[in-house]
Design a protein around this ligand. Sequence first.
Ligand code: 5GP
Ligand code: ZN
Length: 115
Amino acid sequence: MDGDCIFCRIVKGESPAKFVYKDEDFVAFYDIRPSAPVHVLLVPAEHIESINSVEERHGRVISKMVLKAKVIARQLGIADSGYKLVINVGRGAGQIVFHLHIHLIGGWSKEKDEN
Ligand code: 5GP
Ligand code: ZN
């Protein structure tokens, strides 16, 4: 646990977020600065800094998050139009919050896809 971590605070309910899913292992909420029409973050309850610090024991929660991303994509209507699951690893890749998270990004218009 990291006292200064914004995602730990969101997980603990100490900072607000617009949740789409929550259980004891992980949460999913809308990104505050969406980079696409649909932009949801899936965040484990445990403070794991990045994929670089993932251990064997984290396999279960990561697989649960991926499976839930599929369900959320369906619920939000982007399963068939297509979406990306993105994990930025390290500053050089654009990671700014050092609490592991999966970006679920989609909802681009058909016109945009064709341009
Ligand atoms: P990263 O660049 O680390 O992969 O992604 C971090 C993401 O977290 C960014 O897309 C950013 O907009 C989002 N973010 C940062 N702070 C907050 C916050 O307080 N609330 C929410 N909902 N999203 C946040
Ligand atoms: Zn954290």
